[in-house]
Structures are given as C-alpha cells and as structure tokens.
Design a protein around this ligand. Structure first.
Ligand SMILES: [Zn+2]
Length: 218
C-alpha cells in the first residue's frame, strides 16, 4: 500500500475517533500504521486536530525517523509504537488515547475483564492487562507493554498504568473497533458495579473464542 494511502487511512481513523466519545477533552491521541515489516508511519503531533496529510513521519523499528520530522513532545512515543510492531507481528496499527473509562481502570491498576460480547468479536478473550507505569517513552514503560504482549500475544490492547490505553489491531479499521469495544467494556463494567458487578461468560466460552482465534492465525 502506498504511504499516501496509509496516511489517508490514519486520518480516517483520527476522524472516527474524534467523532466518538473515546477521547478526553484535550483530544490527545497518537496513532501509527505499519507500512512494511520494519517501518511504520506515525502522526508527528499529539493533538488529533493538528494532524493533516503532512504530519506523518516514517519510522523504523529502532524508533529512528527515516522521513519527515517529529515534534520533540512526540519523539518519546516512537519507542512505544516501535515496541508493539517489533513484538507483535500481527499488529498493523497502534492507537493511544486517554479514553475516560479505560483510563479509570488504568488509574486503579485494574485489568478490564473480558465479559463484554464486543471484545470477543475482535478476539480479546482475556482481560485487558495493566502495564506497569514508567515515565512516557521510558525504558520501564516500554518494558511493561512488551511484558504484557509476551505474556499473552492474543491481546489487542493494554492499559498503561496511571496514564491511558494502547490498542493494536491487524488493520486501521479493526484498531478503531477495538478501541471502541475496550472503552465500552470499561464503561459497562463501571455501570454494572452499581448493580452488583459484571458476571463472567459461562464456563468454557472464552476458551472457545481463544481456540477459534488460534485456528484463524494458523
Ligand atoms: Zn498519553
């Protein structure tokens, strides 16, 4: 796929996310998409509304900028995106937001249970885990993300402790859907808490989803 087409897709993702309720009032996000085995295009600005077709840079998996330039405040996120692509070959798009309900779980260091049907549709049949906190872009924060992926390479997202959420899908469009499903799951869990708490799927249901995802992958 030509880079221009990937940029168009990423701007489309930005529009879908901005028109949803998964962003905080600041509209902060960062997003990228893989363009080859070892390169990806990433938005060079942290404000969703500041991105246009000229605000994407080509970066390799060592987080080195090959084309374009990245604002200093955004340079520290390159390693976070590169770490996902390096450690998860099925990831073709990465989206980071501070989605309010998911971020509540991240602040509380509580994983989001997998008991909302929409999560299963995208193969998220295990809880969305919490990656340990480290300063933005630091070695510790990257380690937390990589550890979570290594512990379970079927996960589609990870909560960043005291920060927000990082979502990764096999396509740009799937990544938006997963981001919505994770935020919806978090909101529903919090609402269900007032009714005595969410209830798990029946015994064996998640295992069946995991098995069918494994068949798709092989
Ligand atoms: Zn953030």
């Amino acid at each position: 796929m030509a880079n221009e087409e990937v940029v168009r897709e990423l701007l489309g993702l930005r529009d879908r996310v901005v028109n949803s309720t998964i962003l905080t009032p600041s509209k902060h996000l960062n997003l990228s998409a893989r363009v080859s085995l070892d390169t990806f295009l990433i938005g060079t600005k942290g404000g969703a509304m500041d991105l246009d077709e000229n605000s994407f840079a080509l970066v390799n998996l060592d987080a080195e900028v090959l084309e374009g330039s990245v604002e200093p405040t955004n340079a520290e996120i390159l390693t976070m995106h590169a770490a996902v692509y390096s450690n998860l070959e099925t990831a073709n798009c990465v989206l980071h937001t501070h989605s309010p309900h998911a971020t509540a779980f991240a602040l509380a260091h509580k994983e989001i249970p997998s008991r909302y049907e929409a999560l299963l549709r995208f193969g998220q049949a295990s809880p969305v885990p919490v990656a340990k906190w480290g300063p933005r872009g630091s070695k510790e924060s990257i380690e937390g993300i990589v550890d979570a992926i290594k512990a379970d390479n079927t996960i589609k997202g990870v909560l960043l402790a005291n920060h927000g959420v990082l979502v990764f899908g096999s396509s740009v469009s799937e990544t938006a859907s997963i981001a919505f499903a994770i935020e919806e799951a978090a909101a529903a869990e919090l609402a269900a808490a007032a009714l005595g708490g969410g209830v798990d799927f029946p015994e064996g249901a998640l295992q069946r989803v995991r098995e069918s995802m494994a068949r798709v992958r092989h």
